[in-house]
Design a protein around this ligand. Structure first.
Ligand code: ASP
Length: 585
C-alpha cells in the first residue's frame, strides 16, 4: 500500500501512529545531523524528519540524496513538532521517518513549484504538468470541478437529461469559422467540429427529450482575441414547450444557485433590460452594473448653442465620474490622451467640474452658461464633487468610446470589485445585422433564432428592425450566457435563410436535415448556453480563463506543451487525400 494517509490529513490526534505517506519532495533542508523534507501531494504538505540518531542509518543516508520533486514513499511515526507551523493544516505534527523508498527521481524542474513561482507564462505552459502541482493552479481546477458538479446536480434535479452529441459533424454556424477534419474513408470530404451542438439540441427537442443539457467542448476557428480559446466549454441547454420567461426563470435559478453555493451571496431577481436600453445607457450590450456612471444623452441640451464640436455630431453623451471634480488639469489631460489613443480613437473630451459649492467649471465655459451646464449635470446624474466627461460623434462610435472610458475609470477608481456579483439579462436583440463586406444580413445570434412573435410580419418590410426572441446573461461586464427561442416552423426558417443570403439549394444542402425534421411535429422550443470557462473564472474572482483550463492554448492557438498544431507525415497526407500544399510545413 502506497499510503495510509494523504499529506494534508495528519493532526495532533494522530500522534504515535505509524503511517505511510507518498508524495513529491517540495524542498529539503539538511543540517548535517538532521534533514527536514516537505512532502507534498494534492491534499497538502507534511513535514518529514530524518534524524541521524533516531532514523535507521541507511534511511538517513539516502535522505541526504533526495532532490526537489523526487517521488518518495515513507513509513514513520507521527510526532509533535517543537514549533507549530500555522501556515499549513498539518503544522502541529511531523513524521519521524524509519523507512524511505524512492519511487522515482526527478531532474531539477525549470521553475520553482511554489505559490510564487519564478516561471514565466510560456515556460509554465510548456511544463503545464509541473505548473499543475502548484496550489494556485490546482485549486482552480478543483474549483472548476466543483462548479461543474453543482451544475450537473442542479439541472439533473430539475429534470434535465445529459445527452452527448457528436463532434464529427457538418458545419453549425455560430459566426466563426469551422475547424475541419478530413475523412480518410470518404476521400475529399470533411467533417466540421461543432461550434456548438445547436442543431443537435434542437433535434433532441423534436425527438421528445424535453429538457436537455450537456457540458460540452465547442470549437471556433476565430482570430484569437486576448483570453479566447479555440476550444472552450459550454453548459449547453435546451427545453421544449417554453417561452422566453420560462428559460430566463430556469437559468436565473441555476445562476443564483451557483453564486450562492460558491460565494454565499444571495441575489434577488436579476434585472432585465433591452439591448436598446443597454446601448443607450452603457454603450455596450454587456454592461458592468456594479457601478453607475450611466450615460446621459445631451443632444437636446447641448446642440444648437454654437459649439461646433457638438453641433455637427450625431450624439453628445456624458458620464458623471464620482468624486472626480478635484482632478488636476494634468489628470484630466491624461484622460484626454487616453481617449485619443488609436485603440479608442476619440477626438477629445469635454469636461465639467461640479464644484462642492454648487458652481461649475468646464472646458466649454465660453459657449455655455451655468444654467445650461447645470442641466447636463442633472441629465448625467452628477452630484457636487463629480466630474462630467462628454464625448460627441457618430452614435455607434461615440457610445463605444464612452463605454471604454467608463470601464477604464471604473478600473482606476476600483469600482470593479471581484467579490461583488451583478448579473442582468439583456433581451430584444436585433435579429439581423447588415454586413457591409458581403452586402448581406447576418444573424446576430444564429440563424435558428426566432423573431419576436409580434414582429414576424416586419420581416418582409423592414428586416433590420425586427427584434429577436433572444437573450444574454451578463455578469460583471461579461456575457456568460446567451440563447433564444428557436424557429420551429419550416416556412419561417426558409424565409430567414433567404434573408441571410442562402439560396434554396444551399439551405437544403446545409440544413436539409433540420428543415425536414421541422415537418414531423417540431415542438416550440428554446435554450441557452453558458460559457463555463468564463463563468468559473468570474465566480473565482479572476479575469483570465486560462488558469481554469487544465491544458489551455496560447494566444496563437498553440498548445506549446505537446506542440500542436503540427505537420502530418506524407503517408498520412496521402491517406487523407490531402495534397501537400506549399504552405504546409
Ligand atoms: N448555440 C448558442 C451559442 O453557442 C447558444 C444557444 O442559442 O443556445 O451561443
Amino acid at each position: 500500500m502506497y499510503r495510509t494517509h494523504d499529506c494534508g490529513s495528519l493532526r495532533l490526534d494522530d500522534i504515535n501512529q505509524n503511517v505511510t505517506l507518498s508524495g513529491w519532495v517540495q524542498k529539503s533542508r539538511n543540517k548535517g545531523f538532521i534533514v527536514w523534507v516537505d512532502l507534498r501531494d494534492r491534499y497538502g504538505i507534511t513535514q518529514l524528519v530524518f534524524d541521524e540518531k533516531r532514523s535507521p542509518n541507511n534511511v538517513f543516508e539516502i535522505a541526504q540524496s533526495i532532490g526537489r520533486e523526487f517521488v518518495i514513499q515513507v513509513k514513520g511515526l507521527v510526532i509533535e513538532r517543537e514549533s507549530t507551523n500555522s501556515a499549513i493544516s498539518t503544522g502541529a505534527i511531523e513524521v519521524l521517518v524509519n523507512e524511505l523508498n524512492i519511487l522515482n527521481e526527478s531532474i531539477t524542474p525549470p521553475f520553482t513549484l511554489e505559490d510564487n513561482t519564478d516561471g514565466g507564462e510560456e515556460l509554465r505552459m510548456q511544463y503545464r504538468y509541473l505548473d499543475l502541482r502548484r496550489n494556485s493552479v490546482k485549486e482552480k481546477l478543483i474549483f472548476r470541478s466543483k462548479i461543474s458538479m453543482e451544475v450537473r446536480n442542479y439541472l439533473t434535479s430539475a429534470g434535465f437529461i445529459d445527452v452527448e452529441t457528436p463532434f464529427l459533424i457538418k458545419s453549425t454556424p455560430e459566426g466563426a469559422r469551422d475547424f475541419v477534419v478530413p475523412s480518410r474513408m470518404n476521400s475529399g470530404e470533411f467533417y466540421a467540429l461543432p461550434q456548438s451542438p445547436q442543431t443537435f439540441k434542437q433535434l433532441l427537442m423534436i425527438g421528445g427529450l424535453d429538457k436537455y443539457f450537456q457540458i460540452v467542448k465547442c470549437f471556433r476557428d476565430e482570430d484569437l482575441r486576448a483570453d479566447r480559446q479555440p476550444e472552450f466549454t459550454q453548459i449547453d441547454c435546451e427545453m421544449a414547450f417554453v417561452e422566453q420567461e420560462d428559460i430566463l426563470n430556469q437559468f436565473e435559478g441555476l445562476t443564483r444557485h451557483l453564486i450562492k453555493e460558491i460565494t454565499g451571496i444571495e441575489i434577488e431577481r436579476f434585472p432585465k433590460i433591452s439591448y436598446e436600453e443597454a446601448m443607450k445607457k452603457y454603450g455596450n450590450d454587456k454592461p458592468d452594473i456594479r457601478f453607475d456612471m450611466l450615460f446621459g444623452e445631451l443632444n437636446d441640451l447641448a446642440k444648437g448653442k454654437g459649439f461646433s464640436i457638438f453641433d455637427c455630431e450625431e450624439l453628445v453623451a456624458g458620464i458623471a465620474v464620482p468624486d472626480a471634480a478635484a482632478y488636476t488639469r494634468k489628470e484630466i489631460d491624461g484622460l484626454i490622451d487616453w481617449v485619443k489613443r488609436p485603440q479608442i480613437g476619440a477626438k477629445g473630451l469635454v469636461w465639467v467640474k461640479c464644484n462642492n459649492d454648487g458652481t461649475y467649471k468646464s472646458s466649454v465655459d465660453r459657449f455655455f452658461n451655468e444654467t445650461q451646464i447645470a442641466s447636463w449635470a442633472e441629465r448625467t446624474g452628477a452630484k457636487s464633487g463629480d466630474l462630467i466627461l462628454i464625448i460627441s460623434g457618430e452614435t455607434k462610435t461615440a457610445r463605444k468610446q464612452l463605454s471604454a472610458l467608463r470601464m477604464e475609470l471604473a478600473e482606476r477608481l476600483n469600482l470593479r470589485d471581484p467579490k461583488v456579483f451583478a448579473p442582468l439579462w439583456i433581451t430584444d436583440f436585433p435579429l439581423l445585422e447588415w454586413d457591409e463586406e458581403t452586402q448581406c444580413y447576418n444573424a446576430m445570434h444564429h440563424p435558428f433564432t426566432a423573431p419576436k412573435p409580434e414582429q414576424i410580419d416586419l420581416l418582409k418590410t423592414d428586416p433590420i428592425n425586427v427584434k429577436a426572441n433572444a437573450y444574454d446573461l451578463v455578469l460583471n461586464g461579461n456575457e456568460i450566457g446567451g440563447g433564444s427561442i428557436r424557429i420551429h416552423n419550416q416556412k419561417l426558417q426558409s424565409e430567414i435563410f433567404a434573408l441571410l443570403g442562402f439560396s434554396k439549394k444551399e439551405a437544403k444542402e446545409q440544413f436539409g436535415f433540420l428543415m425536414n425534421a421541422f415537418e414531423y411535429g417540431a415542438p416550440p422550443h428554446g435554450g441557452i448556453a453558458f460559457g463555463l470557462d468564463r463563468l468559473v473564472a468570474i465566480l473565482g474572482g479572476e479575469e483570465t480563463i486560462r488558469d481554469f483550463i487544465a491544458f489551455p492554448k496560447n494566444n496563437s492557438g498553440r498548445d506549446v506543451m505537446i506542440d500542436a498544431p503540427s505537420t502530418l507525415s506524407e503517408t498520412q497526407l496521402e491517406e487523407l487525400s490531402l495534397k501537400k500544399l506549399p504552405n504546409i510545413k
